[in-house]
Design a protein around this ligand. Structure first.
Ligand SMILES: *Cc1c(COP(=O)(O)O)cnc(C)c1O
Length: 386
């Protein structure tokens, strides 16, 4: 990673991306995927910064999109439409139309009504739609409730109790080919046993479909592999070896079947940090020390939204330590990055790094309180800071 001297003059706050680490991570993903013949679609919503997309594209990944805007961004960044998958519970008609026109690989369809809408739009535009049914397998991902998507009462996917009806309806569609099944049960999954359990569910749901005459050639198990937020420096690259091996070992495929993944966080989270400057120190009546910084929930909303933990480091050297809560300046009580953490003595002008901010940081940024969107800075060993 960079030395503080290299970033000292840059206006804060900003996202700092370690492009070398991103490349090493992508290489690891590709090595594993090619070992087993798996396909990986990068989940654009984790980070759609153009420079990041260029790096992802250079490793020949497909993309996973959850809006027409993301399909468009993929196409404009030069990704092959034949590698684009499109999920999302609320696809608008114009988004479906656009994706059909571009000839994407598949729609991951999330309800029976959507299935008929896609078929109708395909008819009108004289095209055939390739569709995978997103099945909600009712698997507990054992992660934060706000990033769980695969349990029975979730808004995502087609209920497994409805799959009989889904097949019946699919048979009457004239412009749609049901090519496969899709699953995505949640994000930041760190108990890898969960993926073993997912495999078991996928195997049984697949054979159920095939038993009813629906030939499944495309199987998509989504994303969700978690990263180490506690200690990003000791585990900069997630354990892709174990992750992919679990699927290779537990999900037997025929030669005509391909297995697809949609990884977001695990690819980009650790390569990004949010760099912020300390503005003020203050003490509450109860004796709590607050450090107010110039970043806020508008640059990194995860702590406010999910109570998420990001490792915070003071890059400016000081002697002694103190217990601090680190807060942003936005007018929301939840705009707090960390509560009661021990840091080196922290003074106005110090630079802090909020680590693991490469996923769901910049992509969730807003202009709330009329704050400007911050810039991105990229680091490589060869070119230094750009
Ligand atoms: C968000 C999302 C992903 C990516 O999840 P990560 O936890 O970032 O890997 C994959 N598939 C779908 C359908 C998603 O909505």
């Amino acid at each position: 990673m960079t030395e503080i001297g290299e970033i000292e003059g840059i206006d804060t706050p900003f996202y700092l991306y370690d492009i070398d680490l991103l490349r090493r991570t992508l290489q690891k993903v590709c090595d594993n995927a090619s070992r087993y013949g798996f396909f990986v679609h990068y989940a654009l919503k984790a980070n759609f910064e153009p420079r990041i997309l260029q790096e992802v594209k250079s490793f020949r990944l497909g993309t996973d999109c959850v809006s027409g805007g993301e399909v468009r961004a993929s196409v404009e960044a030069g990704f092959d439409p034949a590698g684009i998958v499109f999920a999302g519970v609320g696809k608008r008609d114009d988004e479906i139309e656009y994706a059909l026109e571009k000839g994407i690989f598949a729609f991951n369809c999330e309800s029976l009504e959507e299935l008929e809408v896609i078929d109708g739009i395909a008819a009108k535009s004289g095209r055939r739609a390739r569709v995978a049914l997103r099945i909600n397998p009712d698997v507990d991902p054992q992660t934060h409730k706000n990033i769980s998507t695969g349990q029975a009462d979730s808004k995502f996917g087609i209920a497994y109790t409805e799959i009989e009806e889904a097949i019946e309806r699919a048979e009457s569609l004239r412009n749609t080919d049901i090519v496969g099944l899709h699953f995505h049960i949640g994000s930041q999954i760190t108990n890898l046993k969960v993926f073993e359990y997912l495999c078991k569910r996928v195997v049984s749901i697949m054979s159920w479909f095939e038993g009813r005459g629906v030939k499944i050639t495309y199987v998509n198990v989504g994303g969700g592999l978690g990263i180490n937020y506690e200690s990003p420096r000791t585990e900069p690259i997630p354990d892709f070896d174990t992750y992919f091996r679990i699927f290779a070992d537990n999900l037997p495929l025929r030669p005509d079947q391909t297995l697809h993944f949609e990884l977001g966080r695990s690819i980009v989270a650790q390569c990004g940090a949010l760099i912020t400057k300390v503005l003020y120190n203050k003490k509450t009546a109860s004796g709590k020390n607050y450090v107010l910084v110039d970043a806020s929930m508008t640059e990194l909303i995860r702590p406010a939204l999910y109570g998420a933990h990001h490792h915070i480091e003071n890059l400016t050297p000081h002697d002694g330590t103190e217990v601090y809560s680190i807060a942003g300046g936005v007018c929301e009580s939840s705009d707090i990055f960390a509560r009661d953490i021990t840091l080196p003595v922290t003074e106005r002008g110090d630079l802090l790094a909020l680590h693991s901010a490469g996923a769901y940081g910049q992509s969730m940024a807003s202009c709330y309180n009329m704050r400007p969107l911050p810039r991105s800075v990229y680091y490589t060993e060869v070119d230094g800071i750009e």
